[in-house]
Design a binder for this molecule. Structure first.
Ligand code: 4AD
Ligand code: MG
Length: 462
């Protein structure tokens, strides 16, 4: 007989039929006549109740059925008389696939702290919380593809190994096959990368944007969705060394269109979660954040506040608030500033635009004032920056001048600059941090708790 997943069995009304269920034991209780096993297979939050008549199945069989063990149960699906469940399985036969010694298995019934679970990240997908987080994570990834597919954006694969530093921040992981202990040297004593695997120095991508722009200037609308790597030594709850980013890029989009896309996209994803992950969201709301559902609904219902950077600074300065990092025009906003604007001043998401050019990347479209660029950051409650993007500089002369001004390597960027020589077009795009989106949607507060296997400075376990 075909195994059914527990989510399907619980939803079905097929009582008084034979079923086979397979999963991991969450709990076992009972007396000398009957045992109740809660079995979970990860297909949904709920477990199914297995009722074992000890006159039919010997107690010996049940001995290895302890929390964490994996079972196959053949039995009959019946309506349940117990509270809190519609159906249960009366076991006819139990096979133990794998035992879990109660002396050593770390996930016993009691609730665990998120910190403890981080240390056993290889087992935490078996907990209710991580089951919920990982199902929501899947649903968001699916919804992202669905959104772009519906809106004429093509999924475009940009390289993970690259020689370019899109953000110009220099926080890159090097990729090399050279012998670190004894690298080849040039005449001047520098490491000779021409002898390296790719014949040049390469790194893991910090963003697929530059290549994404090439896609947009050919296909019209594209998006990337892939792993991204940053070697910045930021130990915050919102930074990971490896994270996933979604980067749409669209020809003929100006900054206004870009803002509209960002707002519509985020609302689509949040709405998708509310409609498709209800059970898991309710669990997260109950366990971790009593305002989660309220906050998700709130963001859906309100327009994002669009605000000039310059106005933002004025509001911060007039706030009378003592920030850890005082800010003035020209400063890069810290998370405390972003959160003040969002959580206390406007009390809704904010799209901040037209930043000083000095604090933004070289590719952003330059405004006529000579001081600012058409960048945009979307700021969210509890998070700060969730999206960073801009209209791109489409003018060859201006872009080249900026590259020169910043002392960047023009020869490395030749292919990017060429796009502005042949059929350049106004275009815009942004990057959404997938894991930051997950923080927002799950109500958790640390990026380490929304990634299956987080990579942060000094941590690359599992
Ligand atoms: O603002 P960022 O650095 O922008 C870019 O990389 C642009 N090339 C995007 C574009 O215009 N196509 O990063 C974009 C987003 C941030 O807003 C944040 O959500 C996320 O990526 N992000 C991180 N998420 C987790 N850990 C980190 N270390 C992150 N750095 C950025
Ligand atoms: Mg940014």
């Amino acid at each position: 007989m075909k195994t059914k997943r527990i989510v399907e069995i619980l939803a079905s009304e097929a009582v008084d039929t034979d079923v086979v269920v397979k999963g991991w034991v969450r709990t076992k209780r009972g007396n000398k006549n009957v045992a109740f096993i809660a079995l979970n297979d990860g297909s949904c939050m709920r477990s199914i109740q297995i009722v074992v008549d000890l006159n039919k199945i010997p107690e010996e069989t049940l001995k290895p059925v302890t929390t964490g063990a994996c079972l196959r149960v053949d039995g009959r699906l019946v309506r349940s008389l117990g509270a809190g469940q519609g159906v249960e399985v009366q076991a006819e036969r139990i096979e133990v696939y794998g035992t879990a010694d109660p002396e050593s298995y770390p996930l016993q019934k009691k609730g665990h702290s998120l910190e403890f679970l981080r240390d056993i990240a290889y087992l935490r997908p078996r907990t209710n919380t991580f089951g919920a987080v990982l199902r929501i994570r899947h649903a968001m990834a699916y919804a992202i593809h669905e959104y772009f597919n519906k809106n004429g954006f093509y999924y475009f694969h940009t390289p993970i190994i690259t020689a370019s530093d899109c953000e110009g921040a220099g926080a890159m992981f090097q990729v090399t096959t050279l012998d670190m202990a004894n690298p080849p040297r040039t005449e001047t004593g520098a490491v000779d990368y021409s002898k390296d695997f790719f014949g040049r120095s390469c790194n893991l991508t910090v963003s697929g944007q530059l290549e994404g722009e090439l896609g947009a200037l050919a296909l019209g609308r594209i998006y990337t969705f892939g792993p991204t790597f940053r070697a910045e030594n930021s130990n915050t709850p919102r930074h990971a060394s490896e994270f996933w980013m979604i980067e749409p890029e669209a020809a003929f989009y100006e900054l206004e269109d870009n803002m509209e896309l960002a707002e519509d996209f985020l609302k689509y994803l949040i709405n998708y979660a509310l409609e498709n992950c209800r059970e898991d969201l309710e669990f997260m709301n109950k366990m971790w954040d009593p305002h989660l559902l309220e906050r998700l609904e709130f963001v859906l219902k309100h327009d994002f506040k669009r605000l000039e950077y310059t106005e933002g600074i004025e509001i911060l300065k007039a706030s009378g608030r003592k920030f850890e990092f005082p800010c003035d025009w020209g400063c890069d906003l810290q998370s405390e500033h972003e959160r003040y604007l969002v959580e206390e001043h406007f009390k809704r998401p904010v799209i901040l635009i037209n930043y000083p050019k000095e604090i933004k990347a070289f590719y952003m479209k330059q405004n006529d004032d000579g001081k600012t660029v058409r960048g945009m950051d979307v700021l969210f409650p509890g998070i700060g920056e969730i999206i960073g993007g801009s209209e791109r500089e489409a003018d060859y002369g201006k872009l080249r001048a900026r590259v020169e001004e910043l002392g960047m390597n023009e020869r490395e960027l030749w292919w990017y600059l060429d796009t502005r020589r042949w059929g350049s077009a106004p275009h815009s795009g942004f990057g959404l941090g997938f894991d930051r989106l997950l923080i927002f949607v799950t109500g958790l507060t640390n990026i380490r708790d929304v990634q299956p296997f987080p990579r942060t400075p000094q941590h690359a376990d599992f």
